[in-house]
Write a protein that binds this ligand. Structure first.
Ligand SMILES: O=P(O)(O)OC[C@H]1O[C@](O)(COP(=O)(O)O)[C@@H](O)[C@@H]1O
Length: 342
């Protein structure tokens, strides 16, 4: 096992801390801004991310790493301070999204394959030079009446393994994200189906990671939770989601992996926190579990900021609160009462 890769992974998994996913691609951040009637301009993207990174309480107490876009890794705050310096002051590890997005997979099943391997080796050297300690690649797995096909699962798993080994070669910890997305049509996306597809996807992913020679001790996994599709009528309890998710992970994720950092995938803020806390109350798991949330950490802060620098302090309070609640969840000690009382 490469000691320094494992040391970075362990630091990202520091108890009571988790990862802030601030790596929304241009298209995704445009959608988030459109919801609050803001244009997707360079200055607004910079201001928004400056507000998050300068949330001193959240960043120093609850956040171990931030996933950045290429733009943000090389960007500075309005006063000229490099974002990397702001993160370094808070002892937060900068990470970088290195995939180039998910594109339609040939065939007519509405499946996607993530692109971005061309030139990745050279880009990783550059990102390492800019201080990136970890990198993220998201594979998108769709559920419908025929999908996911074995071909799509295998193709995405293979690409994840090729990305992961290139990261390790560059001294960067790969955060491997095979996401079974929750917007499949309700008739096909039951909790049961999500559990079985998530299991197949994890099985294929670890098979490819091993074949590629990836050091499992020098990576992190960023999976979805086992949930019914967002339009499904299933309403599982928090405990059921936690139990099913941990069961699938136990079956398919080797104990050598130093940590699991979940995506939030469109859950409400409180659901994402409650599910993480309930999972952490289950005894006997071989890996620590934390958050690597985008929306579930940022929703309220984004609305409170509303595009105005004068709203920074209020937005930072909102962000710190959510980060604190997820920190408690990472320790398995969150309760709804504590959340609402604060
Ligand atoms: O913009 P993209 O590449 O579609 O990714 C969207 C987001 O998905 C994530 O992987 C998970 O985000 P959520 O927690 O909001 O589901 C983030 O890291 C990323 O910003």
């Amino acid at each position: 096992m490469t000691k320094s890769l494992n040391a970075i992974a362990q630091k990202l998994m520091e108890p009571g801390k988790g990862i802030l996913a601030a790596d929304e691609s241009e298209g995704t951040i445009a959608k988030r801004f459109a919801k609050i009637n803001l244009p997707n301009s360079l200055d607004l993207r910079r201001d928004y991310r400056e507000m998050l990174f300068r949330s001193t309480e959240a960043m120093t107490k609850y956040i171990s790493g931030v996933i950045l876009t290429e733009e943000t890794l090389e960007q500075s705050a309005a006063d000229g301070t490099a974002f990397r310096a702001i993160l370094a002051d808070a002892d937060v590890i900068p990470g970088i999204k290195v995939d180039r997005g998910a594109f339609p997979m040939p065939g007519d099943h509405n499946e996607k394959i993530t692109e971005g391997l061309d030139g990745l080796r050279q880009r990783l050297v550059r990102y390492a030079g800019h201080g990136a300690g970890f990198a993220k690649w998201r594979a998108v797995i769709t559920i419908n009446d025929v999908a996911p096909t074995r071909n799509n699962i295998r193709a995405n798993a293979h690409v994840l393994a090729r990305y992961a080994i290139l990261c390790q070669e560059a001294g960067i910890v790969p955060v491997v994200e095979p996401e079974v997305v929750g917007d499949g049509d309700p008739g096909n996306h039951s909790m049961e189906r999500c559990a079985s597809v998530t299991g197949d996807v994890l099985e294929a992913t670890f098979k490819e990671l091993r074949l590629a020679g990836v050091d499992l001790g020098g990576m992190l996994l960023k999976p979805n939770m086992v949930l019914p599709g967002i339009n499904s009528r299933d309403r599982p309890t928090v405990e059921e989601v936690a139990r099913r998710t941990v069961a699938v992970l136990r079956e398919h994720v080797p104990a050598a992996v130093p940590g699991i950092a979940f995506l939030s995938g469109g859950q409400t803020d409180e659901e994402a926190t409650a599910h993480l806390s309930a999972m952490n109350q289950i005894a006997g798991k071989p890996w620590p579990m934390t958050f690597s949330y985008g929306r579930a950490l940022q929703n309220v802060a984004l609305r409170t900021w509303a595009g105005r620098r004068e709203n920074f302090p209020a937005a930072q309070v909102a962000f710190s609160h959510r980060a604190h609640m997820n920190s408690l969840a990472a320790l398995g000690t969150w309760t709804g009462e504590v959340d609402r009382a604060a």
